[in-house]
Write a protein that binds this ligand. Structure first.
Ligand code: GLC
Length: 423
């Protein structure tokens, strides 16, 4: 990193403050999906300038599951190498023992954030993270192509598949041979768990493990939902989707090569940026329902910021977290990066709603987003999710039928949970 040069300048700035507090060098680890890393650096540097401390932003893999593996390694060795972590909303139950209680720094300001997210960041009474942005799975569509082919945005998965096929076939026949109907996240990682929860819950098949801890996914609706998704492979979705993360799907969609995409809100600002082949041609709506009796479901995602218990600069690190999660910075991130704020009041902000009309129009997706079974499975969440995404991936790649794969998953998950007692 270019820390030496920068360090010199910033250290100078800190000393100029009169030397009251020692200038610290903080290491912040951020995600790297879309603009995450770049914007994290900007926010952190703005704080450094203001506070007189130095910040180095550490890059991590874009794949959520790889990032978790890295964090677990760093934290379990009690390393002080990273002071501030970007923590996924499904991780506090696994990482809480390594994270500092931030309540003495937040002084109640966390109350301005959505209560649903606060539930996730409070573990055994401790505020182990501050909410940073919230995510919900959304359906992106090419408004120009739907209009050209006389179609409306789909309300059910059947309608989505039919529209995708119709546009794909017609456009290919007209020479657009790279066009695919639907791109999403099918790699064997946490993103596939998010997609599969949407398919299954929208068919009335539950959320894998229910609120009481019972493994609930071996049911006919869930089996039908996963079989349906497997049927898309090679037909409306490229086989390569089996290895797609968020950015792979966005790459295809933003180049103009997909009719529909499932993704998080961050893809909105990028799809509308200068140089995007689909600027001005994108609509956003709720993900489809399973059928007439199904419902629209978005998986709840999102990211938090935490301070490591092993940080040698906890006060400065907590100050950075409070700054990065503040109203002003959340607003800036919503405007520049379409990151959904976690502070309810910002959803009334005209500038934010103008830049991101979906934040108002699709409010339901965010307020009713369906959580993954992270709180109930606690420290075992990643193990159970890993088993689940592998089972789904086997079905998508044609190695097993959904009925067999979900039955096997059910048995494994029951062993993991010792009959429903996860923690
Ligand atoms: C996004 C979401 C996160 C989810 C991940 C899966 O980063 O915010 O909650 O686990 O995607 O890839």
């Amino acid at each position: 990193m270019k820390s030496n040069k920068l360090g010199g300048v910033l250290l100078g700035a800190a000393l100029a403050f009169g030397g009251a507090a020692q200038a610290a060098t903080l290491r912040v680890s951020c995600g790297s999906v879309g603009q995450e890393l770049e914007m994290c650096k900007d926010n952190a540097q703005a704080w450094a300038k203001k506070s007189g401390h130095e910040v180095q932003v550490v890059a991590t893999p874009a794949d959520a599951s790889e990032r978790l593996a890295l964090y677990q390694q760093v934290l379990s060795s009690r390393s002080d190498k990273i002071d501030v972590f970007q923590v996924d909303v499904v991780w506090p139950g696994m990482l809480a023992s390594h994270l500092l209680d931030l309540s003495r720094y937040s002084k109640g300001t966390e109350q301005a954030h959505f209560p649903g997210i606060l539930n996730n960041v409070k573990v055994r009474g401790q505020l182990v993270a501050m909410p940073w942005f919230t995510d919900a799975g959304l359906l992106y569509y090419r408004s120009d192509l739907l209009q050209k082919h006389g179609l409306k945005p789909p309300a059910t998965w059947d309608e989505l598949a039919a529209a995708a096929k119709k546009v794909q076939d017609a456009e290919r026949a007209a020479g657009n041979d790279k066009l695919w109907g639907y791109v999403w996240q099918g790699r064997a990682y946490e993103g596939l768990t998010c997609n599969a929860v949407e398919w299954i819950a929208s068919h009335g098949g539950g959320t894998v493990v229910d609120a009481s801890g019972k493994v609930s996914v071996n049911n006919p609706q869930a089996i039908a939902a996963v079989e349906r998704a497997a049927g898309w492979i090679g037909s409306i979705s490229p086989t390569a989707v089996l290895n797609y993360g968020e950015e792979d799907a966005r790459g295809v969609f933003q180049a103009g090569n997909a009719v529909f995409m499932r993704n998080w809100p961050y893809a909105w600002s990028l799809s509308q940026a200068e140089g995007s082949a689909v600027k001005g041609k994108v609509g956003l709506t709720l993900l489809p329902k399973g059928g007439a009796d199904g419902r629209h479901v978005a998986t709840l995602g999102g990211q938090l910021l935490s301070v490591s218990r092993y940080s040698k600069n906890a006060d400065a690190a907590a100050d950075l977290v409070m700054y990065m999660t503040s109203k002003a910075v959340q607003k800036e991130r919503a405007l520049k990066g379409s990151f959904n704020p976690t502070i309810a009041e910002l959803y009334k902000d005209e500038e934010i709603l103008k830049a991101n009309p979906f934040m108002g129009e699709l409010g339901d997706a965010f307020t009713n987003a369906v959580g993954r079974p992270a709180a109930v499975t606690g420290p075992k969440y990643n193990q159970v999710s890993n088993q689940f995404w592998n089972a789904v991936h086997e079905v998508l790649s044609g190695k097993a039928k959904a009925a067999e794969a979900l039955k096997r998953f059910d048995a494994t998950a029951n062993r993991l949970s010792r009959g429903g007692k996860w923690q």
